[in-house]
Design a protein around this ligand. Structure first.
Ligand SMILES: Cc1cc2nc3c(=O)[nH]c(=O)nc-3n(C[C@H](O)[C@H](O)[C@H](O)COP(=O)(O)O)c2cc1C
Length: 199
């Protein structure tokens, strides 16, 4: 059993992304096989929202994920470079973390570095699949992969990373009978302020 009841401001790291690391590791230690999965919400220029899961693949001054720059999410991010991502770890930690902010592309070097960590078959699939485009059939996709043979393809320009640079990060911890804890960091000029929010 993980002791997660009653989180308060003095319990938190001054840096919300280091705090995210702590909670992510606690979820992993508690048996979550994919604690770095986050639901990523974007919106078009016209304000139409769209959400899907991606995997957090890096954590520095922001939260990094990789995708297809031709995908629907990338179109949203081109029009409206902001996003909100939410992690949820259910049993046994009962926690949620939301990260919101501006989104910038990773450098080509960072994307190359990550690309080379992917299994070669995954690299071929990424090259063959123009993410979010309409496919006439699964066979068309499989044929496109087969055409690549056994090569380890270089990273296509249309594939790479994004970094969410947070301006707000909220930590939610389930409490008894709806008395949950919500602690929200807001970026200020030279640091973060933390407020407790009503659950
Ligand atoms: C657990 C999980 C992790 C995923 N991780 C990624 C990811 O890291 N990058 C990605 O492009 N898609 C990932 N996907 C697929 C996306 O959810 C989505 O189908 C895809 O990115 C296309 O989204 P879009 O059409 O809104 O751009 C993941 C899906 C799941 C369920």
């Amino acid at each position: 059993m993980v002791d997660t009841v009653g989180v308060d401001v003095p319990d938190l790291d001054q840096d919300p992304l280091r705090q995210l690391d702590d909670w992510l590791e606690a979820a992993r230690a508690a048996g979550d096989p994919m604690p770095h999965a986050m639901c990523l919400a974007t919106a078009s220029a016209g304000g139409t929202p769209s959400a899907r899961y991606v995997l957090m693949r890096g954590r520095d001054e922001g939260v990094v994920f990789f995708t297809d720059y031709g995908s629907d999410k990338a179109r949203d991010l081109g029009e409206n470079p902001t996003a909100s991502a939410v992690f949820h770890w259910h049993v046994p930690v009962h926690r949620q973390v939301r990260v919101s902010g501006a989104v910038v592309k990773t450098t080509a070097e960072e994307s190359d570095q990550y690309w080379l960590t992917r299994p070669e078959a995954s690299r071929r699939s990424a090259v063959a699949s123009k993410q979010s485009s309409v496919l006439p059939s699964r066979q068309v996709l499989e044929d496109a992969v087969s055409l690549l043979g056994d090569v380890a393809p270089p990273r296509p320009d249309r594939w790479g990373g994004y970094r969410i640079i947070p301006t707000a990060v909220e930590f939610w911890q389930e409490g008894p009978y709806r008395l949950h804890d919500r602690l929200r960091y807001l970026r200020e000029r030279d640091g973060w302020r933390v407020d407790r929010l009503a659950p």
